[in-house]
Ligand binder design. Sequence first.
Ligand SMILES: [Fe+2]
Length: 278
Amino acid sequence: MEPCRLDELKRWFDAYTSRFFGQDEYVNMHLRLKQEHTRRTCEEILYLAGRLALDDNQTRIAKAVALLHDVGRFPQFANYRTYNDTRSVNHGCLGVDVLHRECVLEALEPEERRWIETAVARHGRKSLSTDLNGPALLFLKLIRDADKLDIYRIVADVYRRRAEDPAGLSFEIELPDEPRITPDVLDAVLAGRLIEHASLRTLNDVRLCQIGWVYDMNFAASLERLKAGGLLEELFGYLPRDEKMQQVRRRVLEYVDSRLFDTTVPRDCIPDPNARKG
Ligand SMILES: [Fe+2]
């Protein structure tokens, strides 16, 4: 990808997303939050690209993925007034539809276009795809980590404001804010298993589920950044402090520490030199 292509993508993104702003301040506010999330996700992915020593072209593609990963969020919110995919549409697939409809990636090499589309389509899935390898897998892993790093920051911010002002604005938090924690959710985090969203019953379950994302982080650099930001500790601060939770906290923090020392690109993300091109 030539550097000018990335500049074109940025211009297109700004023009496209600005189309959805209008009279409705509720919609505008949510769209603005997604623009800011996109900007910060681009920063996170650039950081990870640097830590993984990606080359200039890989870094540009990674940045394009971060720029476009949530493009489907704009028509989604404008049409349905929700970011809940279950109650509207899958925003990753909608994002790829938008890229096709607007002919956004047509000037790119076909394989680069495919890597970007795959990452956009699959970034929000519950777990990492098992049918990918090489660059397609690398870019998907990068966006899933960069996205989560910013979402951790967003949810910590929401919980902080909620703790200061419980009656204030809450962003689509629909589960009861009570001390109860569902045993299945707790057990899943203790065992390092991903949690089914359908099993979440309370806001504390949601917090614990978000803490459990550490098991889904792909790169040591991501976990290091998460730890350095103090966000995990902050999330634990909103949970009960009983013995069981202390056990979860120790388990999660030990897990993070155990993964901190591997800063290489995983082998399954390195292109196979014998693979057929195209
Ligand atoms: Fe997303």
